[in-house]
Design a protein around this ligand. Sequence first.
Ligand code: ZN
Length: 158
Amino acid sequence: MSAFDDLLASNEAFAAEFAAGELPAPPAKHLAVLTCMDARILPLAVFGLEPGDAHIVRNAGGRVTDDALRSLLVSTHILDVRSIAVVHHTECSMARFSQEDLSVQIGSDGVDFRVIGDPEASLKDDVGQLRSSPWFPPDTDIRGYEYDVRTGRLRQIL
Ligand SMILES: [Zn+2]
């Protein structure tokens, strides 16, 4: 059985009840969330958000990469986002491997996997990188959080 088998049938049910077709593109809460792609994290549920409320930018580890930065700059400059939450989490797979382990296992030289050595230092690094960027509007509020995959609790760290 393929992971794709149920997708269209599930979407039929979703589309039959769909009532959010008139939402505007700018997020209603002027919020963007940068977080990990980890399947245990459901950002809308974690933050009590509804469709149309926030931009959700995801990658392995929820790290600040060139592409995450690109998306957050579009959020703030084009789509009225004023607050950015960087959310890392406990038991992240990106904290289980070193850069070298991943390079060898994947066979990729030159890809920076942005692994997480010390979780708090990584979060500090990412939030610091965004706060010190000269490109965000000066009133952009950028904060760092840790999500606990065991309890569902979010803790503000920075
Ligand atoms: Zn993760």
